[in-house]
Design a protein around this ligand. Sequence first.
Ligand code: GUN
Ligand code: ZN
Length: 434
Amino acid sequence: MTAVRGPALTFTGDPFHDGLDATMVHEPDAIVAMADGKIVHFGPAGRIAPLLPAGTEVLDYGRDALISAGFIDTHVHYPQTPMIASHGAQLLDWLNKYTFPTELKFADKAYAREVARLFLRENLRNGITTSCVYCTVHPHSVDVLFEEAEQIGLRLAAGKVLMDRNAPADLLDTAQSGYDESLALIRKWHGRGRLLYAITPRFAGTSTPAQLAAAGALWRENRDCLMQTHIAESQDEVAWIKELFPDRRNYLDVYDHHGLCGARAVFGHGIWLGEPEMDRLHTSGAAIAHCPTSNFFLGSGAFDLGRAVRNDRPVRVGLGTDVGGGTSFSIMATLDAAYKASQLNRQSLPAGHAYYLATRGSARAMYLDDKVGSLAVGMEADLVVLDMRSTPLIDARMATARDFAEQLFIQMILGDDRAVQATYVAGQPVYTKP
Ligand code: GUN
Ligand code: ZN
């Protein structure tokens, strides 16, 4: 058994639904004890310390730390790591000008592995312990990511992108080959250790109706897989999808009609969804991945979070970095952008709600909240330890913070990778800030 000690933050429920008082746990001096990859004790140090076996090593991070469940990224493209910060285009041009040329390079498996390593290293440096990842059309792009993630022991979902039109010929599969290759990857990887497969039609713009139907059939036959795609990200995209699928009621109906809407579906962006689509996401149990740095970078829009989680028909919402449309692996930077997206919708996202979104809320979006996303006995021992005084400016600002809510808010507005002091996966330290 090993243990860490320090201030801790976690959630026992959904603050958007039940309020922070009923759902947020802030323990000023906690111990988290871990064994066999799971949390075996969690609570006030005074109560937990006597329960630990004699000789248990307790690493004390001190008063200026904050221990949390590891961050969860519900929408990210690992192959786009090398093209983050590519200038001057909105979504559809950006895909053609930067994304597809980069993804073509993944025909080289050794290159794919190099990028997978860089990607996972960045995740750990930023306290991200679970993510839902798009690979490329190449099946070996999935193999290398899962191989590298397995070595670290990560809980991670990923899938081979399905595209059979409107992309360079060398990035296309077919309805049948995409189905066959995805099925082979499911058999090889889904449920192996902590790894999960996500069936991944890129979006309706790059799949024919035949491919969407094949993806829907594959998901029906493998219902415990995740399913991820993009929806209603930019207004130009929405108009184009309407032209491609004139018979469908709305964008979500394109997916729903082909069996691609339900529990364990994660739809990226969803900025421009209408009320009937929100309603359908709610009743079907599907989730939206809110990707604010990407939405600002590509000029896509400001996602209305308050509307999505409205209490009469709440939609599950997780947080996504969406690298390389997104501009940072930092969850702090992503929460900073989420705060600003809410401001543009005349809402002020409280810090507690934001940290919920980055942890338990994202776990719930992926239907993993019984395994990761909170500090509780029996949960998998994935942790991030934050340094609440990581820069001179944050240190100075923290001196005037009046309460914990203010301290948390300072972190999400000013913090970045420097605020991540340590990351634990399955109870093992996998990153420590130099
Ligand atoms: N829509 C379809 N493909 C992509 C992608 O790679 N990134 C983003 N942000 N949107 C997309
Ligand atoms: Zn994306």
